[in-house]
Design a protein around this ligand. Structure first.
Ligand SMILES: *Cc1c(COP(=O)(O)O)cnc(C)c1O
Length: 428
């Protein structure tokens, strides 16, 4: 760990950039020199390597037509498996436990359809009240498909303060009526990291399966899903992993569960050597590949390859260290520069509980975000009062964080936000 001294001066921010061991990765990205992009936790930026791997797949199509399935630099027929293997170190898994397929929400449907086995008293699914809405919609519909009323059968652990979930409250909800638990690794608003190892152990001690949504941690925080013995996980690749809008998502299944029949089956889940036998009897792959459904969206997964190569070079532990240094620096600067201006920090201040973004709360959050955007600083806004700011380890500089805090100071001090309506846009 860098020794975490702190000074509020601009010179100190510049000094931190000079000693940043990951600084060279910034040149790999398409950045607008006028803009400070702090929204990499919603949509990561394009890198030159992601662009190159996309163009390479386009080129294979141009050159080979149908034969692109088996020819070219990245034959499409096994691309999902190879990308899964490249992702495995970020997940803490073996290569064949990870597959790149579907979308986050679709993968949650697949995994719930597979691992939710209500029986006897155990009919309930446990989630939390702070999670991303799409996860809840998916769980509600999975319950409905099994003939259960989601009001009764979906338990959502409450937060004491609206920001954080206490692990002991989650554990207290793991009753003998719970069949399955779905939780985020990192909460999308406050950025809190849950204690995955502890929750997994407590769930297993009670005979409950547990899976995690890693959207806000993958690419920012290391995972050890095998060591922690997590049953399954799913995540998107367009946030911290910079694989592009709507890029194909990821799915992990612990090898202990290999051989279970996927809840939703399709021909791309077949054993590779059987798939083109065209039989009407499904022969599932013996690993995470079984959870694929249809033809992979090749052009939406190709950028991931270039992006993952960069993460392999940078090292996820180094990415995490810089990310923690950045979120700490941002918090220190906010404390020193913005006190008395109505801001509150909604993210955890302890390292082991803090994910890749910070969460600033302000009653004028919506209008402050509009002012920031007008000054070409890109935050994101979450109802009702949250400004999320993500310093991305591979491309955000300390100077950009310093400039952002100065901008926040004048926006609020001079009430610049009053020129806007306090209302969010369609895409917040
Ligand atoms: C971004 C995000 C999603 C988005 O799901 P998609 O299926 O990719 O639209 C779901 N869950 C969480 C926690 C997210 O952060």
């Amino acid at each position: 760990m860098m020794n975490r001294q702190f000074e509020a001066s601009k010179e100190y921010a510049i000094h931190l950039d000079l000693i940043d061991p990951l600084a060279s990765f910034r040149d790999e990205f398409y950045l607008d020199s006028e803009t400070i992009y702090l929204d990499g936790n919603s949509l990561g930026l394009l890198s030159k390597r992601a662009e190159a791997s996309l163009l390479s797949s386009l080129d294979d199509w141009k050159q080979y037509g149908i034969d692109g399935w088996t020819k070219g630099e990245n034959p499409w027929f096994t691309f999902s498996e190879r990308l899964g293997a490249l992702m495995a170190p970020l997940i803490g898994a073996e290569a064949n436990e990870v597959i790149v397929t579907g979308s986050t929400t679709m993968n949650l449907h697949q995994l719930t359809a597979t691992f939710y086995h209500p029986s006897g008293r155990r009919t309930k699914i446990l989630a939390d009240e702070l999670t991303f809405p799409s996860d809840i919609y998916a769980l509600q519909s999975q319950l409905k498909l099994r003939g259960y009323d989601s009001e009764q059968h979906l338990i959502q652990v409450k937060s004491r303060d609206g920001r954080i979930l206490e692990e002991e409250d989650i554990i207290a909800s793991m009753t003998d009526e719970v069949a399955l638990i779905i939780l985020p690794t990192v909460l999308y608003r406050s950025g809190q990291i849950l204690d995955i190892a502890r929750l997994t152990k407590e769930a297993h001690d009670r005979g409950i399966l547990i899976g995690f949504d890693g959207c806000h941690s993958v690419g920012a925080v290391p995972h050890y899903f095998d060591r922690w013995d997590v049953d399954f996980a799913f995540w998107c690749n367009y946030k911290h992993l910079n694989a592009g809008p709507g890029s194909v998502a990821g799915l992990y299944v612990n090898k202990r569960h290999f051989g279970v029949l996927p809840g939703l089956t399709g021909w791309f889940g077949s054993k590779k050597d059987k798939q083109f036998d065209m039989e009407h009897i499904f022969s599932p792959a013996k690993d995470a590949g079984a959870f694929q459904i249809g033809t992979p969206h090749i052009l939406s997964m190709a950028p991931l390859k270039g992006s993952l190569e960069m993460f392999a070079e940078a090292g996820i532990e180094n990415v995490r260290e810089k990310s923690l240094n950045c979120t700490q620096y941002f918090s220190d600067l906010i404390k020193s520069e913005l006190s008395g201006l109505g801001f509150e920090m909604g993210h955890p201040l302890e390292d082991q509980r803090r994910g890749g973004h910070i969460c600033l709360e302000h009653i004028e959050a919506a209008r402050i975000c509009k002012c920031l955007k007008e000054e070409k600083i890109i935050p994101d806004y979450r109802e009702p009062n949250i400004i999320r700011l993500a310093p991305v380890a591979l491309y955000t500089t300390y100077l950009e964080m310093w400039e952002t805090v100065q901008a926040l100071k004048s926006i609020v001090k001079d009430k610049q936000y009053e020129k806007f309506e306090n209302k969010r846009e369609v895409i917040a």
